[in-house]
Design a protein around this ligand. Sequence first.
Ligand SMILES: [Zn+2]
Ligand SMILES: [Zn+2]
Length: 267
Amino acid sequence: MSGARRDGPRDAEALARGYTPAVRRMELAGIAGYSALVIWLSVKLWPHAWASPWWALTAVLLAYLGADFASGLVHWAADTWGSPDLPIIGPALLRPFREHHVDQLAITRHDFVETNGNNCLGSIPTLAIAVWVAPDAEGGGSFFLSAFLLALVIWVLLTNQFHKWAHLPEPKGAVALLQKLHLILPPGHHALHHTRPYNNHYCITVGWLNWPLGWTRFFPVLEWCITATTRALPRRDDLGASAAVEVMNTTQPPPASHPTPLPARRP
Ligand SMILES: [Zn+2]
Ligand SMILES: [Zn+2]
């Protein structure tokens, strides 16, 4: 479906049909590559972790914050720019974000591959760097950096799981407890992202960074810079042109820099 003449959210069923066998095959390949690299790296780093447990623990905890930030940045970029009609990145990365906004519960029906495949695929370049900087027999490389990057991609993998749990109608047991303690993404906190104007609370691993990023207006400032240089309308594909202009004019800093709405561009 083309977004050229649409002025409103996309159709949920059409977006769900966009999950094609080709995308699924790509995700399966991503999971296979991700698993092989994570296992290889874990075996390689294990003796170093035993020798330097505090460095290992620090890397794992810092990586949790890193994953929260990465989840926010990727989520913001995918929600705000581009369209599922773009080649490769559209159906593989952007379509699930559009589907999630028009059918929040779809994620709770997705199996392991559909939930985690694209995160595995997107983590492979980071894993390649982690392998490259891993400590070697000659004393080169960096255990801390490699362990940080390995922990980062593992937290990134868990991010979609935490996000899925935040949409469960009735989370139970340990999941409910971790959400209540805000050690993983709590449903009430994440619900703010799905509330008008739909342009905040992008971090979905645990959501801790939503406060400093919101307080510093990190994403509105970034959007303002991109719109000022490219004239691209944020969230045009996600909300439709009219709603996207409305959101931009009420939230982008400084408000006076957009005295008139950007015209809805037609190709
Ligand atoms: Zn979103
Ligand atoms: Zn959500």
